[in-house]
Design a binder for this molecule. Structure first.
Ligand code: ADP
Length: 464
């Protein structure tokens, strides 16, 4: 494996997780195995000590009662009965001379002359006599009332053998656990990182193809990574629809700009052909009007995108709702009268909203402008306001043409104009601006409409 590849591998989350998992697994296994070993070795030592001590007490009793003969027969009986493995037994007379000494033949050579031959100070004493290798002869001594020193000992060879075998088994078990830890870690990390790999694959496809169609397949686990995948898909849906909207807007803008620009060009061309100063003046006046219309459209488009992106600066002040609606109604009173439409206003006093006064005037002007445009003579427009659920509702209601069901969701789109509205002046930007400004204020807009009977536009704003 090249060094850069192994470096990369070491840096990958998957590799590090697998290693951590294996390390923790093996560390716990080592602790468990270590504790088991300590428990086994200490309980084996305790069992040996108990055998030595009880045998010493028993043999010393026999010797006191029946002398060497009784001791010999006790040793033989134990050996025949297989009560415990043969032990070292030594009896030293009061003059430290060995009266009896027995050492199992298959034991390693212990130099028993190194054992203390004087009576223990407290009547009983443990001595460890080192033999060849690591083997030790553990001896317990007791002094009998007549001054005889009685010693019984046991070699640790058999205990060491058990522990050696146990260590060998444990080493194999540890190796197996290490293998399980590494494999388990790799498998677990692999499956845990699978959703992230799917996410990476989706992002890679999007970057490579430039298309936003790719989606992260649902994992169905409902965990945080699954949620991330779902959120990522949701984000892609949203981006896709925004891009589609932007493309549509761009197409519409291009289309809508083309008409006035063609008119501009036509007017200028005709003036050039006619050549007279009067024709030129007339053409220039028409050109200025056309340019104004194009500029108004571009300004509104910029306002909408500023409000939508949160860049629009809002000068929020507490604004009296009655005054706000009153001024808006005043502005449209003459137009409404000219068209034979009644304009009524019904607003309770004392309602205040925290808004940018001029922007909110723009909102109401656009709604009233539409109401007047799309309401025939003899109709009625009502301006109302009311506090509802901690918010203030501003309502512009008319008895005009209404909006067809298939158009109702599209009227807020940029440059969208209803099928029957083409005869009226307009750019199809009024409601987009209304919605963008109201949303920028933290409010919401809604519409209820019945074709042929009228429409009701509701602006809901947070109360001060
Ligand atoms: P426009 O310049 O066409 O009025 P708007 O964005 O203001 O653009 O409105 C979009 C469309 O919504 C209009 O073309 C019209 O079809 C419909 N509309 C808006 N207000 C009303 C209303 N009060 N009554 C009926 N239709 C309406």
């Amino acid at each position: 494996m090249s060094s850069s590849l192994s470096d990369r591998l070491r840096r990958t989350v998957g590799f590090r997780l697998a290693l951590w998992y294996a390390a923790l697994f093996v560390a716990s296994a080592i602790v468990l195995v270590g504790l088991t070993y300590l428990l086994l070795s200490s309980s084996l030592a305790r069992r040996d000590h108990e055998i030595i001590r009880s045998t010493l007490v028993r043999y010393a009793g026999q010797y006191e009662q029946g002398g060497l003969e009784a001791l010999n027969s006790a040793i033989q009986t134990d050996t025949l009965a297989g009560r415990h493995e043969p032990l070292f037994v030594r009896v030293l007379g009061p003059d430290e001379e060995a009266v009896f000494s027995s050492m199992p033949a298959d034991w390693p050579d212990f130099d028993v002359s190194q054992l203390p031959s004087t009576p223990p100070a407290n009547g009983s004493q443990w001595t460890d006599l080192a033999g060849p290798g690591d083997v030790v002869l553990e001896v317990d001594s007791v002094q009998l009332p007549d001054g005889t020193l009685f010693q019984v000992g046991k070699s640790t060879a058999s205990r060491d053998e058990i522990l050696r075998r146990f260590r060998a088994v444990l080493s194999i078990a540890l190796l197996v656990m290490l293998a399980i830890g590494l494999t388990g870690g790799a498998v677990l990390t692999r499956s845990a990182l699978a959703p992230i790999r799917r996410l990476i694959q989706a992002v890679r496809t999007i970057i490579q193809t430039g298309r936003l169609r790719a989606r992260v397949p649902a994992g169905g686990t409902g965990d945080a990574i699954d949620e991330l995948g779902a959120l990522f898909n949701g984000m892609l849906d949203r981006i896709e629809s925004l891009i589609a909207g932007m493309r549509g807007s761009l197409d519409n803008v291009a289309h809508d700009l083309r008409t006035p620009m063609m008119r501009l060009r036509g007017t200028a061309e005709m003036a050039l052909q006619a050549g007279g100063p009067d024709a030129c003046r007339e053409a220039l006046t028409a050109c200025v009007e056309e340019s104004d219309q194009v500029l108004a459209m571009l300004d509104t488009l910029m306002d909408i995108s500023e409000a939508e992106t949160g860049v629009m600066k809002l000068q929020r002040d507490p604004v009296d709702v009655a005054t706000l609606l009153g001024q808006a109604a005043e502005l449209y009173a003459d137009v409404a009268e000219d068209r034979g439409i009644t304009l009524a206003i019904d607003v309770p006093a004392g309602l205040t909203v925290m808004v940018d006064r001029n922007r909110m005037r723009q909102v109401l002007a656009n709604l009233l402008d539409n109401a007047v445009k799309y309401t025939p003579a003899g109709g009625r427009i009502a301006l109302e306001a009311a506090p509802v659920d901690g918010r203030i509702r501003l309502i512009v209601r008319d008895t005009g043409a209404g909006i067809a069901a298939h158009e109702i969701d599209r009227i807020w789109d940029r440059l969208y104009r209803g099928d029957t509205s083409r005869s009226e002046r307009g750019l199809g930007l009024g409601l987009s601006l209304v919605k963008a400004i109201v949303l920028a204020h933290g409010g919401s807009v809604d519409v209820h409409s019945e074709p042929g009977h009228g429409s009701e536009f509701i602006v809901s704003l947070p109360q001060t």
